[in-house]
Design a protein around this ligand. Structure first.
Ligand SMILES: *Cc1c(COP(=O)(O)O)cnc(C)c1O
Length: 465
């Protein structure tokens, strides 16, 4: 078989190997990198269903990374998931009639550790082999930052610059990032929104001379390795639930921000995993929910909510999905993304029955519904949902008409969002975690910076590796 190559959704970038795609992040033509084919593994499911998490991760990731020697890949995967405190890495718990896929047993207690513990090590491996250096620029609405920092802290060849919206991430999320004092870690509080941070990132990455001069790389979910490593837990969870229930297909409910997580589920489905459908959940920042119900992708204002990692209006990974949706036509993608950039709006046609898509359905959960869902699960099942997970569970309940088991992705440990838990349950101190308690009086380091690409550029240039 031909080696797998990575092409851009905008069609201009020369195809890249896996390693180059990982190091490049965003394609040089402004598009996103995607594999030039999606392997079908329907015939392998039977052989894979009893594998443990690292072995399953190896089987899936290697299909997309044929330029990493297998023994090295195994070692990277095994090191990445040995940092998880649960022996299963991503256990599935039956809570009421839902299956909760707990993705928060990594070092920063959010699902992003699954991708970033792997990606951090992958960067280290590639840089050592190439005797290279890397300056990572990241934008975070909260959880990516600490997970990315944790994935690369202390690495000699990497400096990491993490932008978060000043005073718009929870105090705890902020402390999780800024309390990591390794010399290669730089935290920037940008006086703007998360979308502003993403825009600054796009601006710096599209300045190709700057990007090249400083070997800029990304850990945001525009990086293919992130989406790739997240495909694994869809398989893992579907196998566990099939085993427990005898069902031959499942549904997933996914709390969504940048569309990275649910896109991994979409790839799993294209690979032949029997997923009946994916249920996309947003909070009040509901551009994606509106899109999947109307076909109109129109930007709205960003509002701050109880689930800040979903406070996103421009979902960077949406472009990957759009590429397939418009018939793998890079010109059609470029046209629509340009229109969206200029007018804040674009549209895709609906089918004869008025449907936008058959694989993804979507809804939104506002603060009241999210808090009520937390309260209900705590009261009825003595189980604490974090507010992101709760939004997914609430929207899953709106799509109750099919019998296939419903797997709800639990994307963060509830203790990361203890204010919301307290508001929902009227009980203080219910959601605690020793890792977070230990941060209470930890020293921190962070720079407040103007909301402009120029300021970030100057800061980075002065401190780049
Ligand atoms: C990042 C994050 C999300 C959203 O994931 P996307 O891949 O951006 O859609 C949801 N919940 C939590 C806790 C997160 O950290």
């Amino acid at each position: 078989m031909n080696p797998i190559r990575y092409i851009s959704t905008r069609g201009v970038q020369t195809p890249l190997t896996f390693k180059d795609a990982v190091m490049t992040g965003l394609a040089r033509d402004g598009g996103l990198l995607i594999p030039d084919r999606i392997p079908n593994v329907a015939d392998q499911l039977e052989d894979w269903k009893d594998l443990d998490y690292p072995d399953l991760a190896f089987e899936i990731i290697r299909l997309f990374s044929d330029d990493i020697p297998e023994a090295r890949l195994r070692a990277l995967i095994s090191a990445a998931y040995s940092t998880f405190t649960h022996p299963e890495v991503a256990p599935v718990r039956k809570v009421g009639d839902r299956h909760i896929l707990e993705l928060f047993h990594g070092p920063t207690l959010a699902f992003k550790d699954i991708a970033l513990q792997f990606l951090g090590r992958l960067f280290g491996e590639i840089l050592a082999e190439r005797d290279g250096r890397l300056n990572i620029l990241a934008a975070t609405s909260g959880d990516t930052g600490s997970a990315a920092i944790c994935g690369v802290r202390g690495q000699e060849r990497i400096h990491i610059f993490v932008m978060h919206p000043h005073e718009r991430v929870s105090p705890l999320q902020e402390r999780q990032m800024t309390s990591i004092l390794d010399a290669n870690v730089f935290n920037l509080a940008v006086k703007g929104s998360f979308d502003d941070c993403q825009l600054i990132m796009k601006t710096l990455f599209s300045d190709l001379p700057f990007k090249d001069a400083h070997a800029l790389g990304t850990v945001n979910s525009v990086n293919w390795a992130r989406v790739l490593s997240q495909i694994v837990y869809y398989f893992y969870a579907a196998f566990r639930v099939a085993e427990a229930t005898g069902a031959d297909q499942v549904q997933f409910a996914v709390p969504t921000g940048n569309f990275g997580d649910i896109l991994a589920g979409w790839y799993a489905k294209q690979m032949g995993l029997p997923i009946r459908r994916l249920i996309l959940a947003t909070n009040e920042n509901d551009i994606l929910a509106r899109f999947f119900n109307t076909g109109i992708y129109a930007k709205g204002p960003v509002v701050a909510t109880v689930n800040p990692s979903m406070d996103i209006q421009i979902a960077s990974n949406f472009e990957r999905w759009l590429y397939y949706k418009v018939g793998a036509d890079p010109k059609a993608v470029s046209r629509r993304m340009t229109q969206f950039a200029m007018e804040g709006r674009m549209e895709i046609p609906r089918d004869a029955k008025g449907r936008v898509d058959l694989e993804i359905v979507a809804g939104a959960s506002d603060t009241n519904h999210t808090l009520a869902t937390i309260r209900r699960y705590h009261g009825k099942h003595a189980y604490l949902l974090d507010p992101h997970t709760a939004a997914g569970v609430f929207v899953a309940d709106q799509f109750n008409e099919l019998d296939d088991p419903m797997i709800c992705l639990a994307t963060a440990h509830p203790a990361k969002f203890s204010e919301a838990i307290e508001e929902a349950t009227d009980q203080a101190e219910l959601a605690r975690h020793p890792l977070l308690d230990a941060l209470e009086n930890a020293p921190t380091r962070c720079e407040v910076i103007d909301n402009s690409a120029e300021s970030v550029k100057t800061y980075l240039a002065a401190r780049a590796r």
